[in-house]
Write a protein that binds this ligand. Structure first.
Ligand code: ZN
Length: 453
């Protein structure tokens, strides 16, 4: 079924205007009791307040009110960094092989093997399963950092966007919003051609890549430009990608300083520069809040300053799994960077855990508590911001991640009576959700006003 057909199917049956109310929730970034939201037939929030409207108001324009009872109503979560196909090796890389030093790089080899085996149907199946799991975990929009582009030998499919189309189809069929972060990949490293298992990640040229992106944009697909890393993309191409993204008004995402070896190789190739400095020198950081540095773990003071007006996308469960290190979240936030969250390898799909670990990893490192709390904002709301509005901003979708007038009704409810939340006092509820919780209590999930779970 074509993309156009499925989009039409979704839009064919608009819901009627209706209202929602619940015991507690977060409206436009603030924790409130008795949130009340009116949603029009197109799924857009047209009224947001605490408490029901007065009787004369209700009588003037009566609409059905869905009382969600004791539930907690939150904005849908935004997953800013995912590689859906990597879910296929969940649990498969935790036993030592003879001679295997068990590092990020040996994990990568197992991941490459899985990538080699996938054709269009297989990619669709694993992506659909992954996106379904995201929806169940309260994620309503994903930024898919997609680099599995071509045939295993690097040859193009009849439609060069064949595999991108499978990602789009999976998101469409599940009902998840997608920002397709199309990855450009050209080499194994400085003056090293791609390894055989990297060939299918690589476009024959930058022009072929840009033609694919143009074709996706022409169809209305929400895309971002994604040079994989400074290891996989040379500086002249980074400059051209920065120029293209600026002209097209697209966000740019890249892996940045995930592993120390990446920094060492970068310094050797670029006269001592760090990866962040190479992105800056290539023009990738010229536009404020248009760039997302995924990981940004092994960064120095100069890097922190360069990223202050951008996004950092932390992926703590994956970073722990792969032995990457700890994102210096407090340092990034203090300087002004916005921190988004990603499920990355999808070994675990739970943005509540990602948000909690952002704080907890800093506690483990510093020996202190409340590391990310700021005077003007409770810690729990800072963590919810990372899982919602900051992710939306990173994906160039500032309209998402919040329950406010003009935003689509992308919302989730949490079951107040779930064993993990039962008996928690109302004044501690959001702290329990964000600092002691998980996605287990997620109950209902709405995308653009449509109930998806
Ligand atoms: Zn990644």
């Amino acid at each position: 079924m074509s993309l156009e057909t499925t989009k039409q199917r979704q839009l064919a049956a608009p819901a009627a205007a209706r209202a929602f109310t619940a015991a507690h929730g977060v409206l436009d970034g603030a924790w409130v009791d008795a949130p009340y939201l009116e949603v029009d037939a197109a799924g857009t929030i047209v009224r947001a307040q605490t408490g029901l409207p007065s009787a004369p108001d209700r009588d003037r324009a009566p609409i059905p009110v869905h009382d969600l009872g004791r539930a907690v109503l939150l904005p849908g979560l935004i997953n800013a960094h995912s590689h859906a196909f990597q879910r296929s090796i969940r649990g498969a890389t935790h036993r030592a092989a003879a001679g295997d030093p068990s590092t990020f790089w040996s994990w990568r080899q197992a991941m490459y093997s899985a990538a080699q085996r996938l054709g269009p149907d297989g990619l669709y199946a694993v992506t659909r399963a992954c996106f379904s799991e995201m929806l169940r975990a309260g994620i309503t929009c994903v930024g898919e950092f997609h680099y599995l582009h071509h045939r295993p030998d690097g040859g193009l499919y009849d439609d060069p966007n064949e595999l991108s189309n499978q990602i789009i189809r999976a998101a469409d069929d599940v009902g998840l919003r997608l920002v397709l972060l199309e990855v450009f990949y050209q080499r194994a490293g400085d003056r090293r051609p791609p390894l055989p298992e990297q060939r299918r990640f690589c476009d024959p040229s930058l022009d072929v890549y840009l033609a694919r992106v143009d074709a996706l944009r022409a169809r209305g697909v929400d895309v971002g430009v994604a040079p994989h890393s400074v290891r996989a993309v040379a500086r002249p191409q980074l400059e051209q990608l920065a120029d293209y993204a600026a002209r097209a008004g697209l966000v740019m995402h890249a892996h940045v300083s995930e592993q120390p070896l990446e920094n060492h190789e970068c310094a050797a190739e670029h006269g001592g520069l760090t990866p962040t400095q190479v992105f800056a020198a290539s023009g990738c950081l010229d536009r404020p809040r248009s760039f997302s540095a995924v990981h940004a773990i092994h960064v120095d003071a100069a890097d922190l300053a360069l990223l202050a007006a951008q996004h950092v996308c932390a992926c703590p469960t994956t970073e722990a799994d792969l032995g990457d290190g700890i994102v210096p979240a407090a340092d990034h936030l203090t300087r002004g960077a916005r921190i988004a969250l990603g499920s990355d390898s999808n070994a675990i799909i739970d943005l509540f855990q990602e948000a909690r670990l952002l704080e907890m990893n800093e506690r483990l490192r510093s020996g202190r508590r409340l590391c990310l709390s700021a005077a003007e904002r409770p810690l729990s709301l800072t963590l919810l911001d990372a899982a919602t509005v900051a992710g939306a901003s990173a994906l160039g979708r500032a309209d998402l991640g919040k329950l406010a007038v003009g935003a689509p009704f992308d919302a989730i409810t949490l079951d107040r009576d779930h064993p993990t939340l039962a008996d928690v006092a109302s004044e501690h509820l959001l702290d329990a959700i964000m600092l002691a919780g998980s996605a287990a209590p997620v109950d209902r999930v709405y995308v653009a006003g449509h109930r998806r779970r």
